[in-house]
Design a protein around this ligand. Sequence first.
Ligand SMILES: Cc1cc2nc3c(=O)[nH]c(=O)nc-3n(C[C@H](O)[C@H](O)[C@H](O)COP(=O)(O)OP(=O)(O)OC[C@H]3O[C@@H](n4cnc5c(N)ncnc54)[C@H](O)[C@@H]3O)c2cc1C
Length: 360
Amino acid sequence: MVTKPMHCIVWGAGLMGRLLAHSLAQAGHKVQIYDAADPQGNGSAARIAASMLAPLAESAITEWPVVQMGQYSLERWPALIQELPAPVFFQQEGSLLLWHRQDALQAKTLVDKLYVNSKQLPDACTPVSINADQLIELEPELGGKFQQGLLLPREGQLDNRQLLDALLQSLQKYKVDIHWHSALSMADVQNMACNGVDWVFDCRGTGAKADWQQVRGVRGEVVRLHAPHVNIHRPVRLMHPRYPLYIAPKPDQVYVIGATEIESNDTSPASVRSTLELLSAAYSLHSGFAEARILEINTQLRPALNHNLPGIRQSSPRLLQINGLYRHGFLVAPAMLDAVLGWIHGDTTLAERFQLLQDA
Ligand SMILES: Cc1cc2nc3c(=O)[nH]c(=O)nc-3n(C[C@H](O)[C@H](O)[C@H](O)COP(=O)(O)OP(=O)(O)OC[C@H]3O[C@@H](n4cnc5c(N)ncnc54)[C@H](O)[C@@H]3O)c2cc1C
């Protein structure tokens, strides 16, 4: 029910832009979208991501508001997906943390940290130590290789590309005016904002760097495999001396292996070193990956703010900038969405609860 339809421009149609545009259009607002790239989302971090929804696992490296947003969003995703005109794979059967014998010491530090952090979450999220037999029950094909591990119950994942596509279909259904290959500048947007536009939502991710000093890119490299000889159902995190590696199973026996995390705005193709590390990690988890086919090796930048937390700032009366989704965009997006929708209706409760407010 809309009391007063607004005219909104969504600037950037990656994860946050599509989600926001969908909700605004569904609520009866007039929405226009401008994106620098194409309907497939090439050019967005959203297309490359593994889209794991792992608040407790992320708690090891992030601040508490992100974990809270993750908990909130895990509850919200099923309803959001339900609204969409096409199916989106969503799973909440927990994720696994595994380690090879030589990484046991490093794993213990992480496991201890996760137990401590989990005390602030509902009991259902408490990690469960598992032995080799329990691992066989959970993931039969991983049994034998690992003597122990940790199950993080209630963690989830979704299919990022199905989500982008289903959101696009929803925008088309609501006849949203979409302009692809349209990289607008701040001057373009300011001109538009003078012509009866109520709100411009800047969802450009790293594309906003020139206009928001604290925005930076964090390079991530991932490999997409088709592995018909591998049956793993849950996302698996594997201890690694340099960065946590994960294997995220998607529908149709596709696996996303990721991800490096490098402080750089370099979007050149993945390095040999990173690719070797990612692929050897996959092979060390399951020898069936040896016969997998490499579908893609991708590089993309995660949009981060200086404190690595998400943020919203109102840089002029009609311009709301939403950024800093960093390595947990899918984890926090529904919470960001509700905070933004609240904000434009004068309710900053969620934005304050999740400490999203940034100085203009
Ligand atoms: C390797 C990798 C792995 C990841 N894994 C996970 C994960 O497992 N779980 C998780 O929760 N998150 C993950 N993420 C993070 C997640 O993908 C991002 O946080 C999220 O996509 C950010 O959303 P966004 O909408 O802000 O930016 P994006 O998704 O990057 O979208 C920005 C959009 O703005 C457009 N744009 C840019 N400049 C302009 C311009 N001037 N004019 C118009 N349009 C413009 C771009 O074309 C793009 O479509 C991962 C990211 C990467 C790179």
